[in-house]
Design a protein around this ligand. Structure first.
Ligand code: AMP
Length: 399
Protein backbone atom coordinates (compact mmCIF):
# COMPACT_ATOMS: atom_id res chain seq x y z
CA UNK A 1 0.00 0.00 0.00
CA UNK A 2 1.35 3.41 -0.99
CA UNK A 3 2.10 5.67 1.94
CA UNK A 4 -0.48 8.42 2.38
CA UNK A 5 0.71 12.02 2.84
CA UNK A 6 -0.13 13.59 6.17
CA UNK A 7 -0.41 17.17 7.46
CA UNK A 8 3.34 16.95 8.20
CA UNK A 9 4.22 16.45 4.52
CA UNK A 10 2.73 19.72 3.25
CA UNK A 11 2.94 23.42 4.01
CA UNK A 12 -0.40 24.64 5.33
CA UNK A 13 0.70 28.03 6.73
CA UNK A 14 -1.84 30.72 5.92
CA UNK A 15 -4.01 28.23 4.02
CA UNK A 16 -7.74 27.64 4.47
CA UNK A 17 -7.88 23.98 5.49
CA UNK A 18 -11.13 21.99 5.30
CA UNK A 19 -10.77 19.31 8.00
CA UNK A 20 -13.29 16.42 7.98
CA UNK A 21 -13.56 15.34 11.61
CA UNK A 22 -15.87 12.89 13.32
CA UNK A 23 -17.90 14.86 15.86
CA UNK A 24 -20.82 12.43 15.77
CA UNK A 25 -21.01 12.65 19.58
CA UNK A 26 -23.73 11.62 22.05
CA UNK A 27 -25.85 14.18 23.95
CA UNK A 28 -27.57 14.08 27.35
CA UNK A 29 -31.24 14.94 27.85
CA UNK A 30 -30.34 18.64 28.36
CA UNK A 31 -28.67 18.75 24.94
CA UNK A 32 -25.10 18.85 26.25
CA UNK A 33 -22.31 16.67 24.85
CA UNK A 34 -22.21 13.62 27.15
CA UNK A 35 -18.97 12.06 25.87
CA UNK A 36 -16.21 14.22 24.37
CA UNK A 37 -13.89 11.33 23.37
CA UNK A 38 -14.22 12.02 19.65
CA UNK A 39 -13.69 15.76 20.07
CA UNK A 40 -10.62 15.17 22.25
CA UNK A 41 -9.29 12.68 19.70
CA UNK A 42 -9.15 15.43 17.06
CA UNK A 43 -6.99 17.78 19.17
CA UNK A 44 -3.49 16.68 18.05
CA UNK A 45 -4.32 17.39 14.40
CA UNK A 46 -6.08 20.66 15.22
CA UNK A 47 -3.26 21.89 17.50
CA UNK A 48 -0.72 21.09 14.80
CA UNK A 49 -2.71 23.00 12.16
CA UNK A 50 -3.14 25.99 14.50
CA UNK A 51 0.61 26.01 15.23
CA UNK A 52 1.28 25.98 11.49
CA UNK A 53 -0.87 29.10 11.11
CA UNK A 54 -3.59 27.42 9.07
CA UNK A 55 -7.20 28.61 9.03
CA UNK A 56 -8.93 25.52 10.40
CA UNK A 57 -12.41 24.86 8.98
CA UNK A 58 -14.07 21.85 10.63
CA UNK A 59 -16.81 19.77 9.02
CA UNK A 60 -18.64 16.75 10.43
CA UNK A 61 -21.90 14.87 10.31
CA UNK A 62 -24.03 14.29 13.39
CA UNK A 63 -26.69 11.58 13.50
CA UNK A 64 -29.09 10.99 10.66
CA UNK A 65 -31.07 14.20 9.98
CA UNK A 66 -31.95 12.76 6.54
CA UNK A 67 -30.99 15.83 4.53
CA UNK A 68 -33.19 18.22 6.57
CA UNK A 69 -32.23 21.07 8.89
CA UNK A 70 -33.09 19.76 12.36
CA UNK A 71 -31.92 21.59 15.51
CA UNK A 72 -31.75 18.26 17.34
CA UNK A 73 -28.75 17.38 15.16
CA UNK A 74 -27.01 20.77 15.27
CA UNK A 75 -23.25 20.74 15.90
CA UNK A 76 -23.48 24.05 17.81
CA UNK A 77 -23.25 22.41 21.29
CA UNK A 78 -19.82 21.10 20.26
CA UNK A 79 -18.43 24.67 20.10
CA UNK A 80 -18.03 25.31 23.88
CA UNK A 81 -16.61 21.81 24.42
CA UNK A 82 -14.03 22.18 21.66
CA UNK A 83 -13.19 25.73 22.67
CA UNK A 84 -12.60 24.60 26.23
CA UNK A 85 -10.37 21.70 25.16
CA UNK A 86 -8.36 23.86 22.73
CA UNK A 87 -8.18 26.82 25.11
CA UNK A 88 -9.17 29.27 22.37
CA UNK A 89 -12.36 30.61 20.78
CA UNK A 90 -14.10 28.53 18.12
CA UNK A 91 -16.41 30.25 15.64
CA UNK A 92 -19.56 28.61 14.26
CA UNK A 93 -21.20 28.90 10.83
CA UNK A 94 -24.89 28.00 10.64
CA UNK A 95 -24.42 26.28 7.32
CA UNK A 96 -21.63 24.22 5.77
CA UNK A 97 -21.94 25.86 2.33
CA UNK A 98 -23.27 29.11 0.86
CA UNK A 99 -23.10 32.73 2.11
CA UNK A 100 -23.11 31.93 5.87
CA UNK A 101 -20.14 29.59 5.54
CA UNK A 102 -18.33 31.84 3.05
CA UNK A 103 -18.68 34.95 5.25
CA UNK A 104 -17.46 33.05 8.32
CA UNK A 105 -14.41 31.77 6.41
CA UNK A 106 -13.66 35.24 4.99
CA UNK A 107 -13.50 36.61 8.56
CA UNK A 108 -10.88 34.04 9.66
CA UNK A 109 -7.29 34.91 10.54
CA UNK A 110 -4.37 32.49 10.50
CA UNK A 111 -4.67 30.03 13.42
CA UNK A 112 -8.45 30.58 13.79
CA UNK A 113 -10.87 27.68 14.14
CA UNK A 114 -14.35 27.56 12.61
CA UNK A 115 -16.90 24.74 12.96
CA UNK A 116 -19.42 24.36 10.13
CA UNK A 117 -22.99 23.13 10.73
CA UNK A 118 -23.87 19.44 10.21
CA UNK A 119 -23.05 18.46 6.62
CA UNK A 120 -26.01 16.04 6.60
CA UNK A 121 -28.50 18.95 6.79
CA UNK A 122 -28.14 18.80 2.98
CA UNK A 123 -29.37 15.72 1.10
CA UNK A 124 -26.51 16.23 -1.38
CA UNK A 125 -23.95 15.22 1.26
CA UNK A 126 -24.73 11.50 1.26
CA UNK A 127 -25.29 11.53 -2.50
CA UNK A 128 -21.79 12.94 -2.97
CA UNK A 129 -23.32 15.57 -5.26
CA UNK A 130 -20.47 17.20 -7.26
CA UNK A 131 -21.97 20.73 -7.22
CA UNK A 132 -22.45 20.56 -3.44
CA UNK A 133 -18.92 19.20 -2.97
CA UNK A 134 -17.60 22.06 -5.15
CA UNK A 135 -19.39 24.57 -2.89
CA UNK A 136 -17.53 23.11 0.08
CA UNK A 137 -14.23 23.02 -1.83
CA UNK A 138 -14.68 26.73 -2.61
CA UNK A 139 -14.23 27.44 1.12
CA UNK A 140 -10.73 25.97 1.23
CA UNK A 141 -7.25 25.55 -0.25
CA UNK A 142 -6.59 22.14 1.26
CA UNK A 143 -8.40 19.01 2.50
CA UNK A 144 -7.44 17.11 5.62
CA UNK A 145 -9.32 13.91 6.38
CA UNK A 146 -9.26 12.85 10.03
CA UNK A 147 -12.60 11.00 10.19
CA UNK A 148 -11.66 7.34 9.79
CA UNK A 149 -15.12 6.15 10.89
CA UNK A 150 -16.64 7.82 7.78
CA UNK A 151 -13.80 7.04 5.36
CA UNK A 152 -15.61 4.00 3.90
CA UNK A 153 -18.37 6.29 2.65
CA UNK A 154 -18.06 8.23 -0.59
CA UNK A 155 -19.87 11.34 0.63
CA UNK A 156 -19.33 14.98 -0.36
CA UNK A 157 -17.43 15.94 2.81
CA UNK A 158 -15.39 12.72 3.00
CA UNK A 159 -14.39 12.35 -0.64
CA UNK A 160 -16.11 14.66 -3.17
CA UNK A 161 -14.78 17.88 -1.65
CA UNK A 162 -11.18 16.73 -2.15
CA UNK A 163 -11.51 16.36 -5.90
CA UNK A 164 -10.72 19.96 -6.81
CA UNK A 165 -8.33 20.75 -3.98
CA UNK A 166 -4.60 20.62 -4.72
CA UNK A 167 -3.63 19.51 -1.20
CA UNK A 168 -5.32 16.36 0.16
CA UNK A 169 -3.73 14.77 3.22
CA UNK A 170 -4.48 12.69 6.31
CA UNK A 171 -4.65 13.97 9.87
CA UNK A 172 -2.95 12.14 12.74
CA UNK A 173 -5.99 9.97 13.57
CA UNK A 174 -6.25 8.46 10.10
CA UNK A 175 -2.46 8.14 9.96
CA UNK A 176 -2.58 6.03 13.14
CA UNK A 177 -5.46 3.88 11.87
CA UNK A 178 -3.58 3.11 8.65
CA UNK A 179 -0.40 2.35 10.58
CA UNK A 180 -2.05 -0.19 12.88
CA UNK A 181 -4.75 -1.68 10.67
CA UNK A 182 -2.62 -1.47 7.55
CA UNK A 183 1.04 -2.01 8.39
CA UNK A 184 0.54 -4.28 11.40
CA UNK A 185 -1.73 -6.66 9.51
CA UNK A 186 0.10 -6.50 6.15
CA UNK A 187 3.52 -7.27 7.65
CA UNK A 188 2.59 -8.70 11.04
CA UNK A 189 4.98 -9.84 13.74
CA UNK A 190 4.27 -13.58 13.95
CA UNK A 191 2.42 -15.49 15.21
CA UNK A 192 -0.51 -13.33 14.07
CA UNK A 193 -3.73 -14.39 15.80
CA UNK A 194 -7.03 -12.95 14.58
CA UNK A 195 -10.17 -13.25 16.69
CA UNK A 196 -13.56 -12.76 15.11
CA UNK A 197 -16.94 -12.86 16.79
CA UNK A 198 -20.31 -11.18 16.70
CA UNK A 199 -23.65 -12.02 15.27
CA UNK A 200 -23.26 -12.81 11.61
CA UNK A 201 -20.88 -14.65 9.30
CA UNK A 202 -22.39 -12.66 6.42
CA UNK A 203 -21.01 -9.37 7.83
CA UNK A 204 -17.53 -10.79 8.21
CA UNK A 205 -17.07 -13.43 5.53
CA UNK A 206 -14.88 -11.13 3.42
CA UNK A 207 -12.76 -10.34 6.46
CA UNK A 208 -12.43 -14.04 7.25
CA UNK A 209 -11.28 -14.69 3.70
CA UNK A 210 -8.77 -11.84 3.75
CA UNK A 211 -7.41 -12.72 7.22
CA UNK A 212 -6.91 -16.36 6.23
CA UNK A 213 -4.29 -15.06 3.76
CA UNK A 214 -2.42 -13.26 6.52
CA UNK A 215 -2.82 -14.85 9.94
CA UNK A 216 -1.37 -17.94 11.61
CA UNK A 217 -4.46 -18.70 13.69
CA UNK A 218 -8.06 -17.58 13.37
CA UNK A 219 -10.31 -17.83 16.41
CA UNK A 220 -14.05 -17.70 15.71
CA UNK A 221 -16.53 -17.11 18.55
CA UNK A 222 -19.93 -15.48 19.00
CA UNK A 223 -22.99 -16.58 17.06
CA UNK A 224 -20.79 -16.71 13.94
CA UNK A 225 -19.22 -19.89 15.29
CA UNK A 226 -22.57 -21.72 15.11
CA UNK A 227 -22.78 -21.35 11.34
CA UNK A 228 -19.35 -23.05 11.30
CA UNK A 229 -20.82 -25.76 13.58
CA UNK A 230 -23.53 -26.33 10.94
CA UNK A 231 -20.79 -26.61 8.30
CA UNK A 232 -19.17 -29.33 10.42
CA UNK A 233 -22.51 -31.11 10.92
CA UNK A 234 -22.67 -30.28 14.64
CA UNK A 235 -26.03 -29.60 16.32
CA UNK A 236 -26.76 -25.93 17.10
CA UNK A 237 -30.17 -26.17 18.82
CA UNK A 238 -31.94 -22.84 18.46
CA UNK A 239 -28.70 -20.79 18.30
CA UNK A 240 -28.48 -17.87 15.92
CA UNK A 241 -27.19 -19.32 12.63
CA UNK A 242 -27.22 -18.47 8.93
CA UNK A 243 -27.99 -21.71 7.08
CA UNK A 244 -27.54 -19.96 3.72
CA UNK A 245 -23.93 -19.15 4.69
CA UNK A 246 -22.93 -22.73 5.49
CA UNK A 247 -21.20 -23.09 2.13
CA UNK A 248 -19.10 -20.00 2.83
CA UNK A 249 -18.16 -21.42 6.23
CA UNK A 250 -17.18 -24.70 4.56
CA UNK A 251 -15.01 -22.80 2.09
CA UNK A 252 -13.31 -20.91 4.94
CA UNK A 253 -12.62 -24.20 6.77
CA UNK A 254 -11.11 -25.66 3.58
CA UNK A 255 -9.03 -22.54 2.93
CA UNK A 256 -7.68 -22.59 6.49
CA UNK A 257 -6.60 -26.19 6.03
CA UNK A 258 -5.02 -25.51 2.67
CA UNK A 259 -3.10 -22.48 4.02
CA UNK A 260 -2.06 -24.20 7.23
CA UNK A 261 -3.95 -21.65 9.32
CA UNK A 262 -5.27 -22.99 12.59
CA UNK A 263 -9.01 -22.24 12.71
CA UNK A 264 -10.22 -22.51 16.29
CA UNK A 265 -13.91 -22.85 17.13
CA UNK A 266 -15.50 -23.09 20.59
CA UNK A 267 -15.11 -26.53 22.19
CA UNK A 268 -17.82 -25.78 24.73
CA UNK A 269 -20.61 -23.25 25.03
CA UNK A 270 -22.71 -21.40 27.55
CA UNK A 271 -26.26 -22.32 26.62
CA UNK A 272 -29.67 -21.12 27.75
CA UNK A 273 -33.27 -22.10 27.14
CA UNK A 274 -34.45 -18.48 26.83
CA UNK A 275 -33.03 -15.05 25.88
CA UNK A 276 -35.03 -11.98 26.79
CA UNK A 277 -33.12 -9.15 25.05
CA UNK A 278 -35.57 -6.42 26.13
CA UNK A 279 -34.99 -7.12 29.82
CA UNK A 280 -31.37 -8.30 29.47
CA UNK A 281 -32.34 -11.61 31.07
CA UNK A 282 -31.75 -15.24 30.21
CA UNK A 283 -33.46 -18.42 31.38
CA UNK A 284 -31.58 -21.40 32.78
CA UNK A 285 -27.86 -21.28 31.94
CA UNK A 286 -25.37 -24.17 31.73
CA UNK A 287 -22.15 -25.21 30.04
CA UNK A 288 -22.36 -27.79 27.27
CA UNK A 289 -20.13 -29.27 24.59
CA UNK A 290 -23.13 -30.07 22.42
CA UNK A 291 -26.04 -27.66 22.01
CA UNK A 292 -29.27 -29.65 22.51
CA UNK A 293 -32.60 -29.01 20.78
CA UNK A 294 -34.40 -26.01 22.26
CA UNK A 295 -31.20 -24.53 23.73
CA UNK A 296 -29.21 -21.62 22.39
CA UNK A 297 -25.47 -20.93 22.48
CA UNK A 298 -24.96 -17.49 24.03
CA UNK A 299 -21.27 -17.44 24.96
CA UNK A 300 -18.12 -19.55 24.74
CA UNK A 301 -17.60 -21.95 27.64
CA UNK A 302 -14.67 -22.26 30.11
CA UNK A 303 -12.68 -24.78 28.04
CA UNK A 304 -12.94 -22.51 24.99
CA UNK A 305 -11.83 -19.52 27.08
CA UNK A 306 -8.74 -21.51 28.15
CA UNK A 307 -8.01 -22.74 24.61
CA UNK A 308 -8.41 -19.32 23.01
CA UNK A 309 -6.47 -17.53 25.78
CA UNK A 310 -3.56 -19.94 25.38
CA UNK A 311 -3.41 -19.19 21.64
CA UNK A 312 -3.65 -15.44 22.27
CA UNK A 313 -0.80 -15.61 24.82
CA UNK A 314 1.55 -16.98 22.12
CA UNK A 315 0.81 -14.20 19.62
CA UNK A 316 3.04 -11.30 18.62
CA UNK A 317 0.17 -9.61 16.76
CA UNK A 318 -3.49 -9.85 17.83
CA UNK A 319 -6.46 -8.43 15.96
CA UNK A 320 -9.87 -8.69 17.60
CA UNK A 321 -13.24 -7.84 16.08
CA UNK A 322 -16.58 -8.98 17.53
CA UNK A 323 -17.76 -10.30 20.91
CA UNK A 324 -17.66 -13.98 21.91
CA UNK A 325 -21.26 -13.96 23.12
CA UNK A 326 -24.22 -11.74 24.00
CA UNK A 327 -21.90 -9.65 26.18
CA UNK A 328 -24.60 -7.03 26.83
CA UNK A 329 -26.24 -9.57 29.18
CA UNK A 330 -24.11 -10.35 32.25
CA UNK A 331 -24.78 -14.10 32.23
CA UNK A 332 -23.37 -14.29 28.68
CA UNK A 333 -20.44 -11.87 29.04
CA UNK A 334 -17.68 -13.95 30.63
CA UNK A 335 -16.26 -15.24 27.34
CA UNK A 336 -15.93 -11.77 25.82
CA UNK A 337 -14.41 -10.21 28.95
CA UNK A 338 -12.00 -13.13 29.39
CA UNK A 339 -10.80 -12.70 25.81
CA UNK A 340 -10.38 -8.96 26.48
CA UNK A 341 -8.25 -9.91 29.49
CA UNK A 342 -6.17 -12.39 27.47
CA UNK A 343 -5.54 -9.79 24.75
CA UNK A 344 -4.61 -7.11 27.31
CA UNK A 345 -2.31 -9.44 29.26
CA UNK A 346 -0.14 -10.30 26.26
CA UNK A 347 2.28 -7.40 26.58
CA UNK A 348 4.65 -8.86 23.94
CA UNK A 349 2.05 -8.46 21.20
CA UNK A 350 0.77 -5.55 19.17
CA UNK A 351 -2.93 -5.73 20.03
CA UNK A 352 -5.50 -4.11 17.79
CA UNK A 353 -9.19 -3.83 18.58
CA UNK A 354 -10.97 -3.51 15.27
CA UNK A 355 -13.89 -1.21 16.00
CA UNK A 356 -17.60 -1.76 16.62
CA UNK A 357 -18.87 -3.85 19.51
CA UNK A 358 -15.42 -5.09 20.50
CA UNK A 359 -14.54 -1.51 21.43
CA UNK A 360 -17.58 -1.37 23.73
CA UNK A 361 -16.57 -4.72 25.16
CA UNK A 362 -12.93 -3.80 25.82
CA UNK A 363 -14.01 -0.53 27.46
CA UNK A 364 -16.60 -2.32 29.61
CA UNK A 365 -14.03 -4.94 30.60
CA UNK A 366 -11.70 -2.25 31.96
CA UNK A 367 -8.76 -3.27 29.74
CA UNK A 368 -9.05 -0.52 27.12
CA UNK A 369 -5.86 1.24 28.23
CA UNK A 370 -3.83 -1.98 28.05
CA UNK A 371 -4.07 -2.67 24.32
CA UNK A 372 -1.92 -1.13 21.58
CA UNK A 373 -4.67 0.37 19.45
CA UNK A 374 -8.44 0.75 19.36
CA UNK A 375 -9.86 1.57 15.94
CA UNK A 376 -12.42 4.37 15.81
CA UNK A 377 -14.24 2.97 12.80
CA UNK A 378 -16.47 -0.11 12.95
CA UNK A 379 -17.59 -0.41 9.33
CA UNK A 380 -14.51 1.38 8.04
CA UNK A 381 -12.10 -0.94 9.83
CA UNK A 382 -13.93 -4.04 8.54
CA UNK A 383 -13.90 -2.76 4.97
CA UNK A 384 -10.24 -1.87 5.31
CA UNK A 385 -9.37 -5.34 6.62
CA UNK A 386 -11.36 -6.86 3.75
CA UNK A 387 -8.85 -5.16 1.48
CA UNK A 388 -11.38 -2.70 0.04
CA UNK A 389 -10.28 0.77 -0.92
CA UNK A 390 -11.82 3.41 1.38
CA UNK A 391 -13.08 6.40 -0.67
CA UNK A 392 -12.02 8.88 2.04
CA UNK A 393 -8.47 7.49 1.96
CA UNK A 394 -8.31 6.94 -1.81
CA UNK A 395 -8.69 10.70 -2.42
CA UNK A 396 -5.58 11.49 -0.37
CA UNK A 397 -2.18 12.12 -1.92
CA UNK A 398 0.54 9.53 -1.58
CA UNK A 399 4.20 10.14 -0.78
P1 AMP B 1 -21.50 -7.72 15.32
O1 AMP B 1 -22.15 -6.39 15.14
O2 AMP B 1 -21.62 -8.65 14.17
O3 AMP B 1 -20.05 -7.59 15.83
O4 AMP B 1 -22.32 -8.46 16.44
C1 AMP B 1 -22.39 -8.00 17.75
C2 AMP B 1 -23.57 -8.63 18.41
O5 AMP B 1 -23.46 -10.03 18.33
C3 AMP B 1 -23.69 -8.28 19.86
O6 AMP B 1 -24.82 -7.48 20.04
C4 AMP B 1 -23.88 -9.64 20.54
O7 AMP B 1 -24.92 -9.65 21.48
C5 AMP B 1 -24.22 -10.55 19.38
N1 AMP B 1 -23.86 -11.95 19.66
C6 AMP B 1 -22.65 -12.44 19.94
N2 AMP B 1 -22.74 -13.76 20.21
C7 AMP B 1 -24.02 -14.11 20.09
C8 AMP B 1 -24.73 -15.33 20.23
N3 AMP B 1 -24.10 -16.45 20.56
N4 AMP B 1 -26.08 -15.32 20.00
C9 AMP B 1 -26.70 -14.18 19.67
N5 AMP B 1 -26.09 -12.99 19.51
C10 AMP B 1 -24.75 -12.96 19.72
Amino acid sequence: MAKIKTVKDVNLAGKRVFVRVDYNVPFDEKGNVSDDTRIAASLPTLRYLIEQGAKVILASHLGRPKGQVNPKYSLKPVVPVLSNLLGKPVAFAEDCVGPKAEEAVAAMKDGDVLLLENVRFHPEEEKNDPAFAAQMAKLADAFVNDAFGSAHRAHASTAGVAKDLPIRVAGFLIEKELKFLGEATANPQRPFVAILGGAKVSDKIMVIDSLLDKCDALIVGGAMAYTFFLAQGKPTGSSLTEPDKVDLAKKALAKAQEKGVQLLLPVDNVITDKVDFANAQVGEVKDAEVIPEGWQGVDIGPKSIALFSEEIAKAKTVLWNGPMGIFEIKACSKGTFSIAEAVAKNKDAISIIGGGDSVKAIKKSGYADQVSFISTGGGASLEFLEGKELPGVAVLQTV
